[in-house]
Ligand binder design. Structure first.
Ligand code: SF4
Length: 321
């Protein structure tokens, strides 16, 4: 989507109230904070905090997910509350003009850095280069002057699917440790991971709005994931948990009599997956994997995908044979 081809939206107070309500609900905050968030949005709207959105080794699914329907739309939020200075997929500029926008923003500092996609390290990072620079160097350079870093999706958080390929791809955390030689200069700035494959647009919007309102990251777990989204286990909150306890499992997807049973024998990784998909759902709260009859692949976890594949095989020891 080319943002320049869209008419510039104008968010009004009603839209800010909607964004505030979304944030309060998504983050599990008190409704009493609604006016404070609205006020913060009204204040930042004219100033428009700059945002750099980098994309490394990924499928652009997180960008697609973010631009998916929200009310007000993600595009409105992008254009009216933040200033998206650099985004390879969505920006109108290209070539030297785009490069200049990136470097001017980095030089000025104080921006929100969003990273999508993993960082390939093999062959000195040459699997992913932009304007002759490796993605490792682009991330290192962009991270230095950022105010906050938000890793969107499994790839930039933990390496995701590319981690299992030949490029030695990594995310911000690799096997539980920060990738220090890439993020060596980030200092004390907050780094927030929003894994799942792709990122959920509500989780990203609420995180950005939270940061704009309170000037800090929300409470996070040891993997830098906001507890509001990743603090509960899929398995403990699953509508099929009763089926699990009764040992009624799907063994044949084609058998209609097994519809609605627990999917653990088909590879469901719900017992290790911390997320709130069971509550938040996807595509404007229409559905999510397990409700659609598909096993959870634990894409919110650092183990995804290398250590959780094959996705649809039951080879984890959950104590169920
Ligand atoms: Fe739900 Fe999966 Fe747990 Fe079964 S194993 S109850 S389908 S999360």
């Amino acid at each position: 989507m080319d943002l320049a081809t869209l008419a510039r939206p104008q968010l009004n107070r009603r839209d800010f109230v909607k964004i505030a309500s979304l944030t309060v609900a998504a983050m599990g905050l008190s409704q009493a904070l609604n006016p404070r968030i609205v006020e913060a949005l009204e204040q930042v709207s004219p100033a428009k905090p700059p945002v750099i959105w980098l994309e490394g080794q990924g499928c652009t699914g997180c960008t697609e997910s973010f631009l998916n329907n929200l009310e007000p739309s993600a595009v409105s939020i992008l254009l009216d509350t933040i200033s998206l200075r650099y985004h390879e997929t969505a920006m109108a500029a290209s070539g030297h003009q785009a490069d200049k926008a990136l470097h001017d923003t980095i030089k000025a500092g104080g921006y929100v850095l969003v990273i999508e996609g993993s960082i390939p390290l093999a062959q000195n990072g040459k699997f992913c280069t932009i304007a002759g620079k490796t993605f490792v160097d682009i991330v290192r350079e962009s991270a230095k002057n950022a105010a906050v870093i938000i890793n969107v999706g499994a790839c930039s958080s933990f390496g995701g699917i590319p981690r299992s390929g030949p490029t030695d791809a990594v995310g911000y955390l690799f096997r539980g440790k920060t990738l220090h030689h890439v993020f060596d200069d980030v200092g004390n700035k907050p780094v927030i991971n929003l894994p799942t494959c792709p990122v959920h647009n509500e989780r990203l919007v609420a995180t950005i709005v939270y940061y704009l309102t309170f000037g800090k990251a929300p409470e996070m777990d040891s993997y830098h994931r906001p507890l509001a989204f990743y603090g509960k286990l899929q398995h403990d909150n699953c509508a099929r948990r009763g089926q699990f306890e009764a040992r009624r499992f799907v063994t044949d997807f084609k058998d209609p009599a097994q519809h609605g049973r627990c999917l653990i024998l088909k590879g469901c990784k719900g017992p290790i997956a911390f997320q709130d998909c069971w509550e938040r759902q996807w595509n404007q709260r229409t559905n999510y994997c397990i409700q659609a009859g598909v096993p959870c692949v634990a894409c919110s976890q650092p183990e995804f995908y290398q250590d959780t594949s094959p996705l649809y095989a039951h080879d984890y020891d959950f104590g169920v044979k």
